[in-house]
Write a protein that binds this ligand. Structure first.
Ligand SMILES: Cc1ncc(COP(=O)(O)O)c(C=O)c1O
Length: 399
C-alpha cells in the first residue's frame, strides 16, 4: 500500500519559465539555438572588480568562504544593506530589521509562512508575478485577485481593494513594483491610499521590490516609509548585481515579524549562501563600483527595452504599455489571436518549436492577461532581441 502524500503540496505548481527551460534544454541538445525572451534573467554579470576580489579570496587557504554563516546573514552585510537603502532610497532601517535569505522565492515563502493561516484572504493584483499564484494556494488561503488593467496603466485599483477588505478576512495585500509582468511603477498617491487601508484594517502589505534599481523612468515608492508597521518588503540580488543562481535576497520590516520570518528561513535553509554574501558585501561596500554598476546596467537595459519597444511597434494588431522598470514588456495579442482562434499558450508553443523563440504566456499572471505574452528584454543581445521580436511578428501574421 502506498502511504499518503501531503495534500497541500498538490496545490504547488511548477514555474512556467522552468517548464519552458526544460523544453529549451532538449532543443539545445538537438543543436537548436533558442532566443530567450522568457525568464527574467539579467544579461549583465556582477562588476569585474567584485569578481576579481572573489577570485583572489578563493586562493586563501582557509575555511572563511566555506563555513556556516549566522542564520539571518552576516551582520556586516545587514549593515551594508541598511547603508545602501539609506543612500539610494532614503529609507532608514536598522540591521535588526533586515534578514538575509536564500533568494527571492525563499523571502516569499518564509514571509507567508510567518503570517498566513488557512482561510485567510490575500489580495493580489491581476496580473501579478506567477510565483504568487503558484505558492499561495499551498497555505490554504483564498486568493482575491483585483484586476489592474492596461487602461489604467496597471495601477492597483484602490476602490477594488477597499471593497475586498470590507469582508474583514484580508490578511495581506501583495504588491510588486517595478512590476513583473507589466513593468509599471506604483504611483505615490496610489501607494499612500493603499498604505492607509492597510493601517486602518491591520493588514500586511507584502511588498516585492527585486527590480527597485531597474528603473528607467520615474522613481521607486517605499511602502516601508508609508506604513512601517504593516510592511514586509522583499528583495532579491538575482537582478542586481545579477546573481540569480547564487540565491541571495533579503526581507525587512518590523523587528518582531522579521524575527519570525527568520525562524522559518532558518528551519528551511539554516543560512543563506556564504560566498554570495561575501560577493554582495564587497559590491555594496564599494560605493563607487556600486554607483557605476547601477548606471551601467540601467543604460544597457534601457537600450534593450527601447529596441524591443521599437520593434514591437512595427507589428500590427498588438498593444502594450512601455515599461518604466523591471525586465518585461507585456504584449496584448487578442486582436490577432482571438480572430484566428489560437490560444496564447498554443501560440507560444508554436513560437518556441517553429521559430525558436521562448516567451511566457499571459495566463500564468492572471485571468486578465490570457491574451497577452510576456517578453523579457534583459538577457539577450540587441541583435537577438531584434531577431526574436521579428520572428514573433512573423508568426503572428502567419497564424
Ligand atoms: C516579482 C518577483 N518576485 C520574486 C522573484 C523571485 O526571486 P528569485 O529569483 O531571487 O527567487 C522574482 C523572480 O523573477 C520576481 O520577478
Amino acid at each position: 500500500m502506498i502511504p499518503p502524500y501531503n495534500k497541500r503540496v498538490e496545490a504547488l505548481r511548477e514555474s512556467p519559465t522552468r517548464a519552458i527551460n526544460r523544453v529549451v534544454e532538449q532543443m539545445r541538445k538537438k543543436g537548436l539555438d533558442v532566443i530567450m525572451l522568457s525568464a527574467g534573467e539579467p544579461g549583465v554579470p556582477p562588476p569585474r572588480e567584485v569578481r576579481l576580489w572573489l577570485a583572489k579570496a578563493l586562493e586563501e587557504e582557509s575555511m572563511r568562504l566555506y563555513s556556516y554563516t549566522p542564520s539571518p546573514g552576516f551582520m556586516d552585510l545587514r549593515e551594508a544593506i541598511a547603508m545602501d537603502m539609506k543612500e539610494l532610497e532614503g529609507v532608514e532601517v536598522s540591521p535588526d530589521q533586515i534578514l538575509v535569505v536564500t533568494g527571492g522565492q525563499n523571502a516569499i515563502f518564509s514571509s507567508f509562512a510567518a503570517i498566513l493561516e488557512p482561510g485567510d484572504e490575500v489580495i493580489i493584483m491581476d496580473p501579478t508575478y506567477f510565483g504568487y499564484l503558484n505558492i499561495l494556494p499551498y497555505f490554504g488561503v483564498k486568493l482575491v485577485p483585483i484586476v489592474s488593467p492596461a487602461e489604467t496603466a496597471y495601477q492597483p485599483d484602490v476602490e477594488g481593494i477597499k471593497e475586498a477588505v470590507k469582508r474583514g478576512k484580508t490578511k495581506a495585500i501583495v504588491l510588486v513594483s517595478p512590476d513583473n509582468p507589466t513593468g509599471r511603477l506604483i504611483r505615490e498617491d496610489v501607494a499612500r491610499a493603499i498604505a492607509e487601508i492597510a493601517q486602518d484594517h491591520g493588514i500586511w502589505i507584502v511588498y516585492d521590490e527585486p527590480y527597485k534599481t531597474l528603473i528607467y523612468e520615474g522613481s521607486h515608492v517605499s511602502f516601508f516609509k508609508l506604513a512601517p508597521e504593516n510592511t514586509i518588503s522583499l528583495y532579491a540580488f538575482s537582478k542586481d548585481p545579477g546573481i540569480p543562481g547564487w540565491r541571495l535576497g533579503y526581507v525587512y520590516g518590523p523587528a518582531e515579524i522579521v524575527r519570525r520570518i527568520a525562524l522559518v528561513s532558518e528551519a528551511t535553509t539554516y543560512n543563506p549562501p556564504s560566498v554570495a554574501q561575501y560577493l554582495v558585501l564587497t559590491y555594496l561596500r564599494n560605493r563607487e563600483v556600486r554607483r557605476r554598476h547601477i548606471e551601467y546596467f540601467r543604460g544597457v537595459y534601457a537600450y534593450r527595452r527601447d529596441l524591443m519597444v521599437e520593434e514591437l511597434r512595427k507589428i500590427e494588431g498588438i498593444s502594450f504599455y512601455k515599461p518604466q522598470g523591471s525586465m518585461f514588456v507585456l504584449v496584448d495579442a487578442k486582436e490577432v489571436l482571438a480572430r484566428k482562434g489560437l490560444t496564447v499558450s498554443a501560440f507560444a508553443d508554436k513560437l518556441l518549436r517553429e521559430k525558436h523563440v521562448a516567451v511566457v504566456p499571459g495566463e500564468f499572471f492572471g485571468n486578465s492577461t490570457v491574451w497577452s505574452v510576456r517578453l523579457s528584454f534583459t538577457r539577450e543581445s540587441p541583435e537577438r532581441i531584434r531577431e526574436g521580436v521579428a520572428r514573433f511578428g512573423d508568426l503572428l501574421s502567419q497564424t
